[in-house]
Design a protein around this ligand. Structure first.
Ligand code: PLP
Length: 398
């Protein structure tokens, strides 16, 4: 018999399943609020003008396609470091930071997880309750036991900060804490700057290993403002991990562009850590692909393209914010008295709306509006054409 005869069907990815159902829906008014992708006001995934310009220049130069260094090109890794840590960072000047190119934010988390498993195999990993659904699976597949720390407060639709602090205090030294650097997915609820300072102190006091996941830099307040957590940990003297994704802020989803940065205690340590991380990469995919990283490096290192990108990034950020305000206003205008102003306070692409699974189901069956059963919606899928329809539908299912 076949060697695959006993293989069971793995459970479907809930969000990809939602996309399949959406694609099969024939209603012209259907709206997909389930995905984690930024769409423009025409409902299209943008190709940023800065990226297009960099791409055209590359095409013209027609460079050869040799292997890249295992860790990716220095021009890319340096550009990423400057974005994440700030170009005046003392850690960068000291050579304490290891940065390697990775296959998107997901690839960065996986390299980091695999390396951490070698570094400290007995450590436990903690992710926020709730978190991006892949966090648990990624760290479990690296061999870790994964648990939650308290994070979201359904009553305030914000952060349960007392609960979070209690969770951090209860962790064993050496525990790995995965933190959303900004634009928390799925809730949209972020920590304040002052709260980050407290989290840094607790990580320091508890001997914890922070792993900052930065998937949306520039989507909340701005490039530097969104790096406040990274900067606070940088100033603390702690060692920590940070993953970067350029899927959203460069609209390069399918090119798989990201990076893993590891802050070590000194330059000598950094060299040794890099040598070990390279082994992890070498035995996974050897070295990263060229194209996406070359575009990001080109945009970040050209003053002209960089200015163009910053403007386009601000445009995406402002559009999401306008959709947040617009949705709250339109729900109110539809006669709903329940307070939805929390949607404006939440940041990034997502909102935990508080809609129940039954209400989400009704949005789908009665209106062709698709959301995650937890009530998470993607604000970046709203536009000036569908926002009224969505607000009216929400008003009807409440
Ligand atoms: N981390 C978080 C919190 C995310 O929301 C995402 C994407 O949805 C990622 C990581 C992964 O990003 P990428 O598509 O670059 O792998």
């Amino acid at each position: 018999s076949s060697i695959f005869a006993a293989v069971e069907m793995a459970p479907r990815d809930p969000i990809l399943g939602l996309n399949e159902a959406f694609n099969a829906d024939t209603r012209a008014t259907k709206v997909n609020l389930g995905v984690g992708v930024y769409f423009d006001d025409n409902g299209k995934i943008p190709l940023l003008a800065a990226v297009k310009a960099a791409e055209e220049a590359r095409l013209k130069a027609a460079p050869p396609r040799g292997y890249q260094p295992i860790e990716g090109p220095a021009a890319y890794n340096n550009a990423v470091q400057n974005l994440l840590f700030g170009k005046d960072s003392a850690l960068l000047a000291n050579g304490q930071v290891v940065t390697v190119e990775a296959l998107g934010g997901t690839g960065a988390l996986k390299i980091g997880a695999d390396y951490l498993k070698r570094l400290n195999p007995a450590a436990k990993v903690y992710i926020s309750d709730p978190s991006w659904e892949n966090h648990r699976a990624l760290f479990e597949s690296a061999g870790f036991v994964v648990d939650n720390y308290a994070y979201y407060d359904g009553a305030t639709r914000g952060v349960n900060f007392d609960g979070m602090k209690a969770s951090l205090k209860a962790m064993a030294p050496g525990s790995i804490v995965v933190l959303h650097a900004c634009c928390h997915n799925p809730t949209g609820a972020d920590l304040s700057d002052a709260q980050w300072a407290e989290v840094v102190e607790l990580c320091q006091a508890g001997g914890l290993v922070p792993f900052l996941d930065m998937a949306y830099q520039g989507f909340a307040e701005g490039i530097d403002a969104d790096a406040v957590a990274v900067r606070a940990f940088s100033a603390s003297g702690l060692q920590f991990f940070a993953s970067s994704s350029f899927s959203k802020n460069f609209s390069l989803y399918g090119e798989r562009v990201g990076a893993l940065s590891i802050v070590t205690a000194n330059k000598d340590e950094a060299a040794r850590v890099l040598s070990q991380v390279k082994r992890v990469i070498r035995t996974n995919y050897s070295n990263p692909p060229i194209h996406g990283g070359a575009l990001v490096a080109a945009v970040l290192s050209s003053p002209e393209l960089r200015a163009m990108w910053e403007e386009e990034l601000a445009g995406m950020r402002d559009r999401i914010r306008a959709m947040r305000t617009g949705l709250v206003d339109a729900i109110k205008a539809a006669g709903v008295t329940q307070d939805f102003s929390f949607v404006v306070k939440q940041r990034g692409m997502f909102s935990y709306t508080g809609l129940s699974a039954a209400q989400v189901e009704q949005l789908k069956s009665d209106f062709g509006i698709y959301a995650v059963s937890t009530g998470r919606i993607c604000l970046a899928a709203l536009n000036t054409k569908n926002i009224g329809y969505v607000a009216d539908a929400i008003a009807k299912v409440l």
